[in-house]
Design a protein around this ligand. Structure first.
Ligand SMILES: *[C@@H]1O[C@H](CO)[C@@H](O)[C@H](O)[C@H]1NC(C)=O
Ligand SMILES: *[C@@H]1O[C@H](CO)[C@@H](O)[C@H](O)[C@H]1NC(C)=O
Ligand SMILES: *[C@@H]1O[C@H](CO)[C@@H](O)[C@H](O)[C@H]1NC(C)=O
Ligand SMILES: *[C@@H]1O[C@H](CO)[C@@H](O)[C@H](O)[C@H]1NC(C)=O
Ligand SMILES: *[C@@H]1O[C@H](CO)[C@@H](O)[C@H](O)[C@H]1NC(C)=O
Length: 637
């Protein structure tokens, strides 16, 4: 027996040695002569730089090795070890923000068809993100802090399996053996960075190591993650790079690349790599940095980014204005103009005080356009930088049911957002006004609900990226002169996700009564939590009651529970706002109340999408039948 086992294991060892992975390798010291497949805006410059993105915004670029490589052992089908090294540089128009990022990709196809730019990095889209049938492995170099995907910061390296929520991530840094610690590194400093990605099939460890190009390979990897590539890799996979830009002009470059299956990737010839284009604007910061002694670097990095920030603020003022005007039709306003417009932020001009700050009415000095100016105070400089990038992107949203953001102004720990002015104010003021008869009749309410639904549908599905509103409620719905409802404040809540604000460190974004049950436990806002809040909003409008009525009898304290109970008793229509009197259409009222109930269903999976809600409201799709489960909870079938 012992003999048999012994000989089998020797045999398998021999077989493993004899029949294993093909030893395939290639090396590019510059890309003048390449065997790459390009798409999107990726191209090779005359001096051999692989330029993944150019100065065109919101684009993606891909460059894949033209021939697929064999990633599985042809004897037992186990994944092959591999190793790769490359040098990249990210050059942003600014020193303090960049867009979006770039990744090394292993993909079943040499195209990422259907992928989106911006935060999707040219790899995925909202429908396929995270789906195991993608068979995609990527190492991302991400320069935007994106909450949706659980990002850790705006300067990180991550290992992505089938989606953008990294399985492992770390702030960009490298191990310095002499000091025995990790040193931070800015991915978008514009300086070349060398990367080593190595996978060993024995211990299934995927290691990622980075360092500035003039520093030898650190002895410890930045990431070392156990990943079973069996189910992820197909036998044949394409390997290459994917990159995406957003609203800030950013170029992603690859200077050289080597790859090897079943062995150590050939060393790049660093002195033969193509040179990056000259950069003018950022020179001061860079030359200063070089002049500093090594010991001072850690301290200086902090100070420098502060200086860089101030300098760039001054220097780029004009630039930013031009940029925004042309590309986003949005303006950076001068503080002086806003001060004048609001007559020095006088109390008489105060329109309201919300969770995010005070809102003033104003009239712009030269154009005489009426605006609403929201002052948001914030102490975190970091948060501001990220927020500006996001607001720049959100400023491009255009929909008749969204309050238009006209621009912003940034100033000492404070942000000023300039919105179109809506003369009829917020819906909740009218809904809960003491006046009798009510000023919002049934027809108007129905139109407002339809309008808000289509605005939210646009945010969720029709724009190029998914925008979660996070704070839908009657007081965030503003009315224009024709009583059309417009959603306001979208994206603003993101400010609280970036960095901490002393007063709101444990801020769950949202408003009591509108917060979906799963949000309190996961803390993660999604389109489903938006749908929940929309459901509450709909009930609020139809019933003329706040989601949580303080002082009401206990069984009607919670609006959802109360409407649900009335529906079970077969008296759904009686929950309508008494102020409506006889002014309502029974069929529409019931439709609206039922939509309110299914949207505010406790289980996220049972809620409809905003696309379906819009279809229900327009009669294009029949409402699912509501029924009661054994547990007494609501079901839609
Ligand atoms: C960026 O690259 C694309 C594709 O090569 C090209 O059409 C576009 O003009 C380029 N933009 C700039 C500003 O160079
Ligand atoms: C994942 O993608 C496959 C193939 O495109 C699709 O059939 C499946 O429904 C997707 N799964 C999820 C959870 O979206
Ligand atoms: C490095 O960056 C991380 C994340 O941004 C930060 O928490 C840490 O304090 C930084 N370390 C140094 C030494 O600056
Ligand atoms: C990955 O890193 C770990 C920890 O430093 C090391 O033990 C392992 O040998 C490395 N694997 C490869 C393939 O470099
Ligand atoms: C790796 O995954 C494959 C297929 O998913 C599985 O058969 C194998 O047992 C896994 N290996 C380990 C060590 O978990």
């Amino acid at each position: 027996m012992g003999m048999v086992i012994f000989s089998i294991s020797v045999l398998s060892l021999l077989v493993r040695l004899a029949v294993s992975c093909d030893d395939t390798n290639f090396i590019y010291n510059g890309f003048k002569k390449t065997d790459l497949h390009f798409d999107g805006i990726a191209e090779v410059s005359p001096n051999g730089l692989l330029r993944m993105t150019n100065t065109t915004k919101n684009q993606q670029g891909h460059a894949f090795h033209r021939v697929p490589l064999r990633f599985k052992n042809n004897f037992d089908g186990s994944p092959c070890s591999f190793s790769t090294s490359f040098v990249f540089a990210i050059v942003s128009q600014y020193t303090d923000v960049s867009a979006h990022g770039f990744a090394l990709v292993f993909s079943p196809t040499e195209e990422r068809s259907g992928a989106l730019p911006s935060q999707y990095l040219g790899l995925f889209n909202p429908a396929n993100n995270g789906n195991a049938s993608n068979h995609v492995l990527a190492v991302e170099f991400d320069t935007i802090f994106n909450i949706e995907f659980g990002d850790i910061d705006n300067n990180h390296v991550g290992i992505d399996v089938n989606g953008l929520r990294s399985v492992a991530a770390a702030p960009a840094s490298y191990y310095a053996g002499d000091v025995g610690t990790f040193k931070n590194l800015s991915l978008f400093s514009g300086e070349p960075i060398q990367v080593w990605v190595e996978y060993n099939n024995e211990d299934m460890k995927l290691n990622v190591t980075i360092s500035p190009v003039n520093v030898a390979k650190p002895s410890m990897p930045l990431l070392s993650s156990a990943i079973n590539l069996s189910a992820i890799m197909y036998e044949a996979m394409y390997v290459g790079f994917s990159s995406s830009s957003g609203s800030v002009i950013t170029s992603h470059y690859v200077l050289g690349w080597s790859f090897r299956i079943n062995g150590q990737a050939p060393a790049l010839s660093l002195s033969n790599l193509p040179l990056l284009p000259q950069r003018n604007k950022r020179k001061t910061t860079t030359s200063l940095k070089i002049g500093l002694s090594l010991a001072g670097v850690v301290f200086a990095l902090g100070t420098l980014s502060g200086i860089g920030f101030l300098v760039s603020r001054k220097m780029r003022f004009k630039e930013v204005v031009e940029d925004w005007e042309i590309d986003y039709m949005t303006h950076r306003f001068s503080y002086k103009d806003l001060y004048k417009a609001t007559r020095g932020f006088r109390e008489e001009e105060l329109l309201g005080v919300g969770g995010f700050g005070r809102v003033y009415k104003g009239k712009l000095p030269t154009s005489n356009i009426e605006v609403a100016v929201k002052r948001v105070s914030h102490n975190s400089q970091q948060a501001m930088r990220e927020f500006v990038a996001e607001i720049m992107s959100i400023g491009r949203l255009r929909h008749r049911n969204l309050v238009q953001l006209l621009g912003y102004c940034r100033r000492k720990g404070e942000f000023l957002l300039v919105y179109e002015f809506l003369p009829n104010g917020s819906l909740d003021k009218l809904l809960f006004a003491e006046q009798w008869p009510t000023r919002v009749d049934w027809n108007q309410r129905f139109q407002i609900i339809k309008g808000v639904a289509s605005g939210l549908f646009y945010l969720h599905e029709e724009w190029e990226q998914v925008v979660v509103h996070r704070d839908i409620k009657a007081s965030n719905v503003l009315l224009d002169s024709e009583m059309n409802g417009k959603l306001g404040d979208f994206g603003l809540s993101r400010l609280y996700d970036h960095g901490s604000d002393p007063n709101t460190t444990t801020h769950i974004v949202g408003t009591m009564g509108y917060i979906a049950p799963e949000l309190t436990s996961t803390g993660r806002a999604t389109t489903h939590t938006d749908v929940f809040a929309f459901g509450v909003f709909v009930l609020e409008v139809a019933c003329g009651r706040r989601p949580i009525e303080h002082g009401a009898s206990t069984d009607s304290l919670n609006l959802i529970d109360w409407v649900r109970t009335c529906w079970r008793r077969g008296v759904l229509a009686e929950t309508r706002d008494p102020k409506l009197g006889t002014d309502f259409v029974m069929q529409e009222l019931e439709l609206v109340l039922k939509i309110g109930l299914i949207c505010s269903h406790p289980s996220p999976a049972a809620r409809p999408s905003m696309r379906q809600v819009v279809q229900y409201l327009h009669g294009d799709l029949p409402l699912p039948k509501l029924s009661i489960a054994e547990t007494g909870s609501l079901m839609s079938t």
